[in-house]
Write a protein that binds this ligand. Structure first.
Ligand SMILES: *[C@@H]1O[C@H](CO)[C@@H](O)[C@H](O)[C@H]1NC(C)=O
Length: 281
């Protein structure tokens, strides 16, 4: 069992490359340049409210709905209040008439999947992660999550969410901040504890890999040795119980043998001669 666990750990740790996330995108296992991130606590739909802007004769406000992990869930019967299904980041443009409640005029996809339509091939989110530029006074380097697939008036859309590690930001209901919308790219910044690396891989990883391989081989040999030895003892000598253990006498004496050798080496190293040769244990 130990061998199996080691082998599967080896297999799973080896096929994640530096800039890629495993497919399908898993929010709990994001890997960038040797760091792992888990933003599964943010697997929700967040509402990012925009600022009202004067637009004669009324005001417009552009809100966004964002789910960084999967498509926004549309409750039954509310399709008209949401982007089409498959959308991860939705741009919700509202018009504000005086004091009345804002009214949604368009719901357009910034990022999401969509099946092929007339003259438009199928759209994919293709989540992509990369380390971003370092920020002063932030312990960890922020990282970007890019979500694609949106299409508005023939222009490709995408969302770039910059995750900034902040160990004090533990309220996972706090929405990201919109930092801009330009040329079809909606940028967000998200300070959160969930954005901190969960496990920083050390440079010794390579040698640890080698050591695990060594242990795996050792355990496998030990297992084969025990099984074959037991079968042999049983077939040839009709052994039962503890007598099945191969070379049982040798292994029984093995610990004291090791202790003897260690004592011997210790004595030679310290230059101390022991009168009676071997020490009984
Ligand atoms: C990360 O996103 C920010 C905001 O959109 C952008 O300015 C920056 O160039 C991006 N960095 C990388 C490495 O993608």
């Amino acid at each position: 069992m130990a061998t199996f666990a080691i082998i599967s750990a080896l297999l799973s740790s080896n096929n994640v490359s530096a800039q890629d996330t495993p497919t399908p995108f898993d929010c709990a296992k994001i890997s960038i340049g040797g760091n792992s991130y888990d933003i599964s606590a943010l697997k929700k739909t967040y509402l990012v409210k925009g600022e009202p802007k004067a637009q004669h004769p009324n005001k417009l406000r552009v809100d966004y709905s964002v789910n960084p992990c999967q498509a926004i869930a549309v409750p039954e019967g509310q399709a008209n209040e949401h982007c089409l299904s498959g959308t991860w980041v939705c741009q919700d443009t509202k018009v504000i008439f005086g004091e009345a409640d804002p009214k949604t005029v368009t719901l357009l996809p910034i990022a999401g999947t969509a099946p092929a339509a007339e003259n438009v091939p199928a759209r994919e989110v293709s989540p992509l992660v990369a380390l971003a530029d370092k920020i002063e006074n932030v312990a960890e380097v922020p990282w970007n999550l890019t979500l694609k697939g949106g299409l508005i008036s023939g222009q490709d859309q995408s969302a770039v969410i910059t995750f900034i590690c902040d160990t004090s930001a533990t309220d996972y209901d706090v929405a990201p901040t919109l930092t801009g919308y330009k040329n079809g790219v909606a940028s967000f910044s998200w300070k959160s504890k969930a954005a901190c690396a969960v496990h920083t891989e050390l440079p010794v990883k390579e040698s640890m890999g080698g050591f695990s391989v060594f242990l795996t081989v050792l355990f496998s040999f030990a297992f084969v040795y025990l099984v074959l030895g037991a079968v042999y003892n049983h077939q040839v000598y009709g052994a039962k119980g503890l007598d099945l253990i191969p070379h049982r006498d040798f292994w029984r004496d093995f610990p004291s043998l090791v202790v003897d050798v260690v004592h011997h080496v210790w004595d030679s190293v310290t230059g101390r001669a022991r009168g009676g040769g071997y020490v009984s244990v």
